[in-house]
Design a protein around this ligand. Structure first.
Ligand code: FEO
Ligand code: CA
Ligand code: CA
Ligand code: CA
Length: 596
């Protein structure tokens, strides 16, 4: 790119001003249109959204809550007609259900949920597959699309791979250990080279309640995972979420889920070969020899970066031949050495410490307790690994590390260089010989995030980065077809910074390296998810999650006084409507590639 060679930014657009208000903002010359809102119908028979009379059955035919990962699967190679796949990570009952919050003895109190409300929550989880089409420059939802589908916390799924069928996965409802209902807390994800939809199960611990029987064999396993945490009320109505009644159920969650979107009746598969942990996402790339490499973050303070390399090779001419590639391969965990080298250590039963003596009788045990296995291998404890994105243009891999305020000075290492890391950082990996399937490589810190104007923060944005351009808490990211990095954030908290989350364009090449520019920002209380570009780079999809959340002054729809009495009913701005998480579609006015 000519500009990059001259040392300038590879991105051409006028920055948005950082700040905070009730709505979203995109760079001048672009449109940012609402495409899909929580409650929007996805089928011809879907009921209109009525927030005062919502039902589980209606929700199961409508777009779910808290859109997070957004993927685009072209139909016939088109950048103007395809399937949008969207994860619905979690639910915010105080923002969803009118009247759920009441004043009790002067304190705002969240009342217990009814069974019907829990069922609505379960139907608002999971994912959406929906056909979309660009007509006269504007994207539309195809409500009668033949592939349209909702996946929820009740959808029947198959467990496959090394842990499937193991005794530790068997329950009263499933003596085979291979059938499970639903997927939950699907954060980021991916689309495979063969066009399937990946949903990553992340913070599953919050859905389980009850108490394990004393000395239960899963006690250490669940303790390492934070199970049961019980922040949801599902265990009150469903025994399978109560570990005192179904102690093995949590071993059936925490996986990568693969969905064949071309068959709306296909059974999603939980691919256990990719490990069991708080999976952030699974972005992939085909290595030179045809094996497929998936990069996997475990989003917890002091947890690990993983990758999975398939045994088989990708066949671009035979979609069916790729459909079980995710059942066989090698899972690796990363060790980031102080000298800038990187080792990918295999998590293979019988190798190194992963033996019967240490409690691993088979590969199933290695999978079920992936974190424990990685502990024994001495993997590098990271500052919350989130989205990890391979870049096929420059051959590098980008690792988002959100933050870790619990890291103490004596726990600092080269790959996690700041104590009390409030703003996170981004690591750039170069695999050995440019081979994504390599078992070693090198790495460097691309960027330490935070406000560069505050010296103690230790941010390392380039001096060309403006006061609007810096960010903290990198979470999701995308690489466009020109190989340019885009980063979205979780937690540019207004009470700290007077600014919101958003989407930033981050230079990685030449003299402009580590320059960042603000392209889009979200309404008050929201978090920025997505982002995703169509193959022609003319459309960016972003997901605005939990607008209006986080305040402590709630009305029936969770209206907040979050920041200087600011609240929002985005995107409808209708007092009869709650605020709604929504997918926003960004296009250039008059057409053309974004930021070129
Ligand atoms: Fe759901 Fe790691 O963010
Ligand atoms: Ca995330
Ligand atoms: Ca991504
Ligand atoms: Ca997030």
């Amino acid at each position: 790119d000519a500009r990059a060679q001259e040392g300038g930014s590879a991105f051409s657009f006028t920055e948005v001003e950082a700040g905070i208000d009730e709505t979203h903002h995109v760079a001048e010359g672009y449109d940012a249109d609402i495409l899909l809102r929580w409650g929007d119908g996805l089928f011809p028979d879907a009921p209109e959204f009525d927030p005062t009379a919502q039902t589980p059955a209606a929700q199961a035919r409508q777009f779910g809550y808290n859109n997070d990962y957004v993927g685009y699967i072209p139909l016939e190679g088109s950048s103007e007609h395809g399937l949008l796949v969207v994860n619905h990570e979690y639910t915010n009952p105080h923002l969803m259900f009118p009247g759920l919050v009441t004043l009790v003895e002067g304190a705002l109190t969240l009342n217990p949920l009814s069974k019907e409300q829990v069922d609505i929550e379960m139907a608002a989880h999971g994912g959406t597959v929906v056909e979309i089409r660009k007509v006269d420059g504007k994207w539309q939802v195809v409500r009668d699309g033949q592939y349209n589908r909702r996946i929820t916390a009740d959808t029947e799924m198959e467990l496959t791979g090394p842990a499937a069928g193991h005794d530790r996965l068997k329950t009263n409802a499933d003596a085979t250990g291979t059938k499970v209902f639903g997927t939950i807390n699907n954060c980021a994800g991916g689309v495979t080279p063969w066009g399937t939809y990946i949903m990553a199960e992340e913070n599953i611990h919050g859905y389980f309640g009850g108490e394990l029987p004393a000395d239960h064999r899963e006690a250490a396993n669940y303790d390492r995972f934070g199970i049961p945490e019980g922040s949801y009320e599902w265990a009150s109505f469903y025994d399978r979420f109560d570990v005192s009644k179904e102690p093995n159920e949590p071993n059936r969650f925490g996986y990568i889920v693969e969905v064949d979107v071309m068959d709306p009746n296909s059974m999603p598969k939980k691919r256990t070969a990719l490990g069991r942990f708080k999976h952030e996402g699974a972005e992939s790339i085909v290595a030179a020899d045809g094996r497929v490499v998936f990069y996997l973050g475990d989003d917890e303070r002091f947890d690990y970066v993983y990758k999975f390399v398939t045994s088989g090779t990708y066949n671009p001419d035979d979609r069916a031949a790729n459909m079980d590639l995710l059942d066989e391969g090698t899972l690796y965990v990363a060790k980031f050495a102080e000298d800038g080298s990187l080792q990918w250590m295999p998590l293979v039963h019988g190798e190194g410490p992963l033996t019967e003596d240490n409690g691993f009788a088979s590969q199933a045990d290695v999978i079920i307790e992936t974190r424990h296995a990685a502990d024994l291998l001495g993997a590098t404890k990271m500052d919350r690994p989130e989205d990890i994105q391979p870049n096929g243009v420059n051959g590098k891999v980008y690792v988002m590390l959100t933050n870790n305020t619990r890291r103490e000075a004596d726990q600092v290492d080269a790959a996690n260089p700041r104590a009390e890391n409030a703003f996170g950082h981004i690591i750039e990996i170069a695999e050995a010989d440019g081979d994504f399937a390599a078992t070693s490589g090198t790495w460097e810190v691309l960027l330490q995030c935070g406000d560069p104007a505050i010296a103690e923060v230790g941010a390392t944005f380039s001096s060309a980065t403006t006061e609007n351009g810096w960010f903290g808490m990198p979470d999701n990211c995308a690489v466009d077809s020109l190989g340019r990095l885009w980063v979205s954030t979780d937690g540019n908290n207004p009470s700290d910074t007077g600014r919101t989350d958003g989407l930033w364009a981050v230079d990685t090449e030449g003299a402009a390296r580590a320059t960042s520019k603000l392209f889009f920002r979200v309404p008050v209380g929201a978090e920025m998810c997505g982002p995703l570009f169509t193959p022609d780079d003319e459309t960016a999809f972003v997901a605005v999650q939990h607008p209006a959340d986080g305040g402590d002054d709630w009305d029936g729809f969770g209206r907040v006084s979050y920041y200087e009495d600011l609240s929002t009913r985005w995107p409808d701005f209708d007092d009869a409507m709650p605020t709604r998480p929504s997918v926003v579609v960004i296009t250039r006015q008059g057409g053309g590639k974004i930021a070129v």
